[in-house]
Design a protein around this ligand. Structure first.
Ligand code: ADP
Length: 468
């Protein structure tokens, strides 16, 4: 362009100079100059008009007009730019077409939602799975179409780490898993996947575990009954020892069966239905009595720090089970004379229940997997402790049903802290009851008065014990 400007200027100088010199020769320099300038301008206007006509023509394949000198160079330059531009456009168009083809071939629905929560774009599967219509729904707020209050709560939440599963708004027999990801400046991508088959398989698995556990209960009760009767008889010592060991294993199986049944019940629904204020102090006192029986002669030093003014809203049996699992684990894994502190408090972040021990601790690589069923850090120690391997899985499910979270901190050789955190809206003011029999830590530390039977037969089911 710079070059064109120069050559235009040079041509103007040449025309003016030569016409002026010619004019001088004929004695009319001004006339010659004026005529030459008019002719020069008319020529430039003509070329400019040619350029405008070419640029405005809709036919992109049309060749640029022919012209000599700087106008010719300008036309060629513009033609090159136009070719490059249309090549780029074609490539982009191809990318968009391929993107649309590939996204519509996907079985999952994909929606792009702008920062004003309006649906900007979606693929073909979104029409099928969510019942969207390309014609009517484009640009509409996503919450007008996906109206389930659980989805709206999930959508408004700032964190989308976990997906949410709900029935499809278009076909109630289809279960959809929604996962949102943020991008750009406040935009979101929503991926919706049909998980009906997975859910059916999961349901079958849950039903199988629940039925098998239920069926095992009766024969186990019969076996235990007979064993108890035999153990009351005058029998030779080796036989009694064998029967005692059989009774212990039968009890372990009973614990396992009740844990499996409890887990199946917890998995059956994700929300609690009969939520009510529970008296934290009396629940903890009851758990501590169980801990005393379980710890037996280990002489643990218990420390209790319970905020008496706040209680928790929830399902009492479930919360009792979760808290007792944490306390009983501390008792079972902390060696004799160890310290165990149980704390309940409320602060700005919510309500917290924690159990801290100075037991062996857990290596950090195990921590993320501890809440998996049957995951054990040390198989031999865990089995010897009488655990079923389901305790922390139960805790995790109970907390999820109470909008709570479990955190585990542990250091090898120093001990572990298991803490349950609940949102503030689940906290209620405590009502004082005169019959709240306060737990006395010293009383539990005393090993006096324990029968030797308790040593091998803790009077509590260490998983599902609930207040009477
Ligand atoms: P278990 O019935 O084996 O105790 P859990 O699910 O309750 O099963 O716990 C899983 C594993 O976590 C246990 O096997 C044990 O290795 C470890 N664990 C749990 N609580 C503690 C604790 N307080 N101190 C050390 N290890 C623990």
């Amino acid at each position: 362009m710079q070059k064109n400007r120069h050559s235009m200027f040079t041509s103007l100088l040449l025309v003016s100079g030569s016409s002026f010199v010619l004019g001088l020769a004929f004695g009319y320099p001004s006339w010659f100059l004026a005529l030459a300038l008019i002719a020069w301008s008319l020529y430039q206007i003509r070329q400019f008009n040619k350029l405008t006509d070419w640029l405005q023509s809709r036919d992109e394949s049309q060749e640029p007009p022919e012209a000599p000198g700087h106008w010719g160079e300008l036309f060629d330059e513009l033609s090159r730019i136009q070719r490059r531009q249309s090549g780029r456009e074609n490539r982009l168009r191809n990318i968009i077409t391929r993107f649309q083809e590939s996204t519509s071939a996907l079985p999952d629905a994909i929606l792009i939602i702008d920062k004003s929560n309006n649906m900007e774009w979606w693929n073909g599967s979104a029409n099928r799975l969510l019942g969207l219509s390309n014609k009517d729904d484009r640009g509409k707020p996503v919450m007008n179409l996906l109206r389930d209050p659980r989805f709206i709560r999930y959508y408004k939440r700032a964190q989308y780490t976990d997906p949410i599963t709900l029935p499809s708004p278009a076909h109630t027999d289809i279960q959809i898993q929604y996962q949102i990801t943020r991008f750009g400046e406040g935009d979101r991508i929503l991926v919706a996947r049909d998980v009906s088959r997975l859910m059916r398989l999961e349901q079958t698995r849950q039903d199988f575990v629940a039925n098998a556990s239920h069926e095992l209960r009766t024969p186990l009760t019969v076996i235990r009954g007979y064993l108890e009767t035999f153990l009351d008889q005058e029998l030779p010592r080796p036989l009694l020892r064998g029967l005692g060991s059989m009774q212990q294993q039968a009890r372990r199986m009973e614990n396992l069966v009740s844990d499996l049944l409890l887990l199946s019940r917890l998995e059956a629904s994700h929300q609690i239905s009969d939520e009510q204020p529970i008296q934290l102090q009396s629940v903890v006192n009851h758990i501590m009595e169980g801990a005393e029986q379980l710890g037996n002669e280990k002489g643990h030093r218990f420390k209790l720090d319970i905020d008496p003014d706040h209680d928790l809203c929830g399902q009492e049996i479930e919360l009792h089970s979760a808290f007792s699992n944490l306390v009983y684990n501390a008792v079972r894994y902390t060696p004799s004379e160890g310290d165990i502190s149980v704390k309940w408090w409320v602060d700005d972040q919510g309500a917290h229940f924690s159990v801290k021990d100075n037991g062996p601790g857990i290596e950090s690589i195990h921590l993320p997997r501890l809440t998996e069923r049957f995951y054990r850090v040390d198989e031999s120690r865990s089995s010897a402790s009488g655990g079923t391997g389901l305790g922390l899985a139960i805790v995790k499910h109970v907390l999820a049903r109470h909008n709570g979270q479990l955190t585990i901190k542990s250091k090898i050789g120093k001990g572990s802290t298991f803490a349950c955190h609940f949102p503030l809206e689940m906290v209620v003011k405590a009502e004082r009851h005169d019959d709240d029999d306060d737990f006395d830590g010293n009383e539990l530390n005393s090993a006096e008065g324990r029968s030797s039977e308790m040593q091998t037969q803790p009077a509590v089911n260490n998983r599902t014990a609930a207040p009477e």
